[in-house]
Design a protein around this ligand. Structure first.
Ligand SMILES: Nc1nc2c(ncn2[C@@H]2O[C@H](COP(=O)(O)OP(=O)(O)OP(=O)(O)O)[C@@H](O)[C@H]2O)c(=O)[nH]1
Length: 335
């Protein structure tokens, strides 16, 4: 069954005690979310009156044989399929899914679950990945815990919660550090997760029809006080890209670099193509499609964002130049 609109999914992630449940409760108080299903990936005492709360157990299903970076969650798929049959058979008014992950979860498998197959991507669309952080303790977690880095890397929205517990100087340092790790996420400070809900819902961050939301002055600001393993880069150019080369480069990136690429997305200006081409990927799961046509007076420009683990900026730039016709770089591709 083809659906005219997909059910939006909000993924809330963040470290232990950061303020996820506080945010969830605020979301659920909003009348517009009274038909939301909440899936909580932990066992807890959470009880949210009148809401559908489900708990899931850790269970990872591996797809793409042998690739440790592509895991989808079997339990999550089962829950989602049950929800689909409720909508289908009982006309249930489900209008949103909200998933709260455990403090220590890497959000990739949850995100990948929605990108993996036709049923999932036909019914659901990720609205936003929202990462709540405890501003006081985040610097310590970032130094010690892989998952804290991953949660920042995958975020579309980062809530610097518990802002009351840090000084303006600490906040500035934290902001600079996070901005290097994730150049596209919107960052908002909060107390008791009190961000405007319009910033959390209806964000459509996985929908690249609009312009990529990059921070202004992104390319000119460099604060290299602290270099984390997780970094993000933007590549841009108004030189048209050669489709055949783009395909080669991306298959190289996905196959060889997929594990280190946490999230990448962009808009491409392809030679002799009147439409914008948009793409996005999470590790080895990658999708691209034709978007709306370039407008007459619009400046055609490619913009690509890469967020990943120890990315080699120089190599990414070489690959990008190769797509523009530079022959100095040859890709060593596997067949
Ligand atoms: N000082 C301060 N405390 C806060 C703030 N936001 C939440 N808290 C408190 O922090 C504690 C944890 O908040 P939760 O919303 O339960 O955090 P959580 O991320 O859901 O926690 P887990 O489910 O254990 O991972 C609670 O006692 C909150 O009252 C804030 O902005 N400032």
């Amino acid at each position: 069954m083809l659906r005219d609109h997909k059910i939006p999914v909000t993924i809330i992630t963040g470290f232990l005690g950061s303020g996820k449940t506080t945010l969830l409760n605020r979301i659920l108080k909003d009348k517009r979310n009274r038909h939301a299903a909440v899936i909580i990936n932990e066992f807890g005492e959470t009880s949210i009156d009148g809401q559908l709360v489900m708990t899931t157990q850790e269970e990872i299903v591996e797809i793409n044989n042998g690739c440790i970076c592509c895991n989808v969650r079997g339990d999550l798929i089962r829950i989602l399929k049950n929800l689909i049959s409720k909508v289908y058979q009982e006309n249930s008014p489900l209008n949103r899914i909200i998933i709260e992950t455990t403090g220590l979860a890497n959000p990739a498998p949850v995100i990948q679950t929605f990108l993996m197959d036709e049923v999932m991507s036909n019914w659901f669309e990720i609205d936003a990945v929202c990462t709540v952080v405890d501003s006081k303790h985040l610097p310590i977690y970032l130094d010690r815990q892989e998952e804290a880095l991953e949660q920042i890397a995958f975020a579309d929205l980062i809530i610097l919660n518990k802002i009351d517990l840090i000084t303006p100087e600490e906040k500035e340092a934290l902001l600079n550090r996070i901005k290097q790790m994730n150049v596209t996420a919107e960052i908002m400070s909060a107390r008791n997760s009190n961000v405007p809900l319009t910033k959390v819902m209806g964000v459509k961050s996985f929908n690249l029809d609009q312009k990529l939301k990059l921070r202004p002055n992104l390319l000119t600001t460099h604060h290299h006080h602290h270099t984390d393993r997780i970094q993000s880069f933007v590549l841009e150019s108004d030189t048209p890209l050669i489709l055949e080369r783009v395909n080669k480069w991306f298959s190289y990136l996905v196959q060889i670099k997929g594990e280190t690429l946490y999230r990448y997305k962009g808009i491409l200006n392809i030679q002799d193509v009147d439409h914008r081409v948009v793409f996005q990927g999470v590790h080895m799961l990658f999708a691209s499609n034709y978007d709306k046509p370039w407008r007459k007076n619009e400046k055609r420009k490619s913009e690509l964002v890469f967020i990943g683990n120890n990315l080699d900026r120089e190599e990414l730039e070489k690959g990008f130049n190769y797509c523009m016709g530079d022959n100095a770089f040859t890709l060593e591709l596997r067949a």
